[in-house]
Design a protein around this ligand. Structure first.
Ligand code: SF4
Ligand code: SF4
Length: 135
């Protein structure tokens, strides 16, 4: 058995650890708030969650008997179109910072970042259909 340590100052709520855990041991509840529940200990002999975390927020160490689960909470920013919460503020900031400055400027500025993936795809489809009609 090993303990999971999660540094809440580093975690951005991206869920890469949850999505890569083969045992489904990291749970979430998504509503207006994203709640991520990390087990305090894990008996699996893997380091996948630690490696998946680009923020180096997870570390596996010696077992600490009786340690409680770790729950982190993030407010979810709503999509500007469908109004469903879809991204945490630190994730949005990371995303903004990762886009080269010249690519950040399109006809809608950075507003597309505030659309959830499915509304973004719908907007792209509309744009492509409109440009097809103009030809
Ligand atoms: S992968 Fe890292 S930053 Fe992302 S939710 Fe897990 S612990 Fe947090
Ligand atoms: S050590 Fe492996 S099984 Fe355990 S929580 Fe991390 S990814 Fe999941």
């Amino acid at each position: 058995m090993r303990s999971l340590f999660v540094d809440e100052r580093r975690c951005i709520g991206c869920l890469a650890c949850k999505e890569s855990c083969p045992e489904g041991k990291i749970r979430i509840m998504d509503d207006e708030v994203r709640e991520i529940i990390f087990p305090s200990t894990c008996g699996n002999d893997c380091t996948i969650c630690e490696e998946a975390c680009q923020e180096k927020a997870i570390s596996l160490g010696d077992e600490r008997p009786g340690a409680p689960e770790i729950t982190l909470r993030f407010h979810l920013i709503p999509c500007e179109d469908c109004l469903r919460g879809f991204i945490t503020e630190p994730m949005l900031e990371r995303l903004k910072a990762s886009i080269p400055r010249d690519l950040q400027i399109d006809s809608s500025g950075l507003s597309w970042l505030r659309l959830c993936p499915s509304c973004r795809r719908a907007l792209e489809r509309e744009r492509m259909a409109a440009s097809h009609l103009r030809r």
